[in-house]
Design a protein around this ligand. Structure first.
Ligand code: 1GP
Length: 251
């Protein structure tokens, strides 16, 4: 297995270089929309595409990934909502264990069932401690996961969960307020977690303005994921990228 994407994430973290990932839900795009999204993303120097959704109904994951790969060099990372969301055409896969929940199926059960299939894909697998934080609305992810989200004001729980994830060997921590969250994750929670872990920290859910994305990076996020806000206004890609990339990189 290659470690290209992960090595790049670590390298960027070391230099304090922040990344912007655009989330694409394969259920919500068509060929024209993907072309437009890719063009704007290339122009804005988007770092990654995250492809997936909690509820992929359509069967077009392979097609979506292939179309992106055929038109640009931006790495495509799968963000699967279920074990069936695997496409060998992507660059890597976030192998998510829902460490904020206590549903054994999403901690390890589904992984056991899908392991041979995931391995066979040949994808770069990035073990991910996935933490769903209460975003003020029951989002698809919290419903599907059937696990209570981590309370938004309990920084200590978030901190200890992330530390445990890292010590268990997870390569990244992804804190998610859920797609379309009313409240994104607070800067104080991001800061508490970032101070305690060395692995890259991905933050997403309900980020709608560039200022918020910038503040999240300042608080310690290494990768900012945005889906909903861009679905609503595609021109936001440019502003979001500019805000995230404005954080100075260490020499
Ligand atoms: C959801 O973190 C992602 O899993 C992104 O959330 O769609 O609210 O940007 P939004």
């Amino acid at each position: 297995m290659n470690h290209r994407i992960y090595t790049q994430l670590l390298d960027k973290k070391q230099r304090g270089q922040k990344s912007f990932a655009v989330l694409i839900d394969p259920d919500k795009v068509n060929t024209t929309a993907i072309d437009q999204l890719v063009k704007l993303s290339v122009d804005a120097k988007v770092d990654y595409f995250l492809v997936g959704g909690s509820l992929v109904i359509s069967n077009q994951l392979d097609e979506v990934v292939q179309q992106i790969k055929a038109t640009c060099d931006i790495p495509v990372i799968l963000f699967p909502g279920s074990p069936s969301q695997v496409s060998k055409y992507a660059d890597a896969l976030l192998y998510l264990s829902l460490i904020s929940g206590r549903n054994p199926e999403l901690l390890i059960g589904q992984h056991v069932i899908s392991a041979p299939f995931v391995k066979q894909s040949g994808l770069e697998i990035i073990s991910t401690g996935y933490m769903v934080v209460d975003g003020g609305a029951p989002t698809t992810v919290s419903y599907i996961s059937n696990a209570s989200p981590l309370p938004a004001d309990k920084n200590e729980i978030a901190m200890c969960t992330a530390m445990a994830g890292e010590m268990l060997g997870m390569k990244v921590i992804y804190m998610d307020a859920g797609s379309g969250a009313k409240r994104s994750i607070t800067e104080s929670m991001i800061q508490s977690v970032a101070q305690q872990i060395d692995v890259p920290l991905i933050i997403g859910g309900g980020i709608t303005d560039p200022e918020k994305a910038y503040r999240n990076c300042k608080a310690g996020a290494d990768v900012i994921v945005i889906g909903n806000a861009i679905e609503k206004d595609i021109s936001l890609i440019k502003e979001m990228a500019a805000a995230i990339h404005s954080i100075p990189v260490k020499a």
